[in-house]
Design a protein around this ligand. Sequence first.
Ligand code: ARG
Length: 372
Amino acid sequence: MNQRRIVLAAAVFTLAGLITFLVCLPSAFARQDIGLQVQGKLMATEPAPFIDGSRIMVPVREVAGNLGAEVTWDEEKQAVNIVKGEYQITLVIGQTQAVVNGETINLDAAPVIMAEKAMVPVRVLAEGLQVPVSWDSAARVVSLGKSALVAGSSLDFPPFEYKEGNDIVGFEIDLIKAIEEMWGEDIIIKDVSFDRLIPSLRSGEVDLIVSGITITEDRKKVIDFTEPYFVWSEMILSTKGADQDMGLGDLAGQKIAFQLGTTGQELVADLAEKYPDTQLLMFESLEEVWTAVEKGKADAAVISYPPTAHYLKNHPDNNLQMVGQIPSADSTGIAVRKGNQELLDKLNKSLKTLEENGTYDRLWEKWFGSGR
Ligand code: ARG
């Protein structure tokens, strides 16, 4: 008797499960995931955009963020606020009314939350931020914004590239802006940590690297460089009072800091191979390297001369000083994917023009003070 009951209960459960599955099936089929392209670059988002009837819903934070907008969330009002320059959009979860650039409009679908992310109709982003939107029905890809080149840069490198509040500024950023202006094309700057720049270029996530990147034989095997536009060198940084006139050999057996993926790392790695008791301390950003030396976590650092010299000049009160310069004949260039000759030629031509028309000297003066 008891056994029969169990069998019956199991059957009822299975039936209930089947019914639930069948009822949910049509909506699961109606909601189809689609591809997404923002400013010419395919993006993988979580959750993926989906099409429901004729409405395309996209995850607002990732998409608006990649269009250069700032996205904030008001938990209490369940509202998403999107701001880019003078453009502003406010959307509320579950509501079809939205405020777009000061006007209240009706949406054909209400924003929803999926996997803790706000999904909003793509059209309201396109209209609110004034970017073109298109739908490729064959490939099932929605595209937002016109295609633009993306320059990868590790924005931790004043005065070459760094952040000032929300602005991205620096000598190399100005060079890119001057090129952008000459071409009449958009070049978007994407912040990528230095050690990830070359992989990002090779995978197509970025189209060029503008990041004080030294032209080295090893790197030339995997990426291409423009003509050099800045002569580079490294320095040994330590605390005030440390011995002066140090060379790399003097660092044997000490704790040495460097920025991951840089030429400084190569120099220190060679040293550690020769003197295995040397301790290596790697950091993702330049600022972490400076701090490690200042706080005494590292005895010294091997790092790029120009940004560190600039930092020391602007922070005379801190406990850091240059204790040695490592001579090198290295230079910096803009990097492109191996074989992207068209972009390389275009960049070389523009760099030459900027040199000839005095822009380069003007920017040098602006960022490094005295003439070169
Ligand atoms: N010149 C050095 C190199 O190519 C360091 C460049 C670091 N750049 C940066 N934006 N953090 O390895």
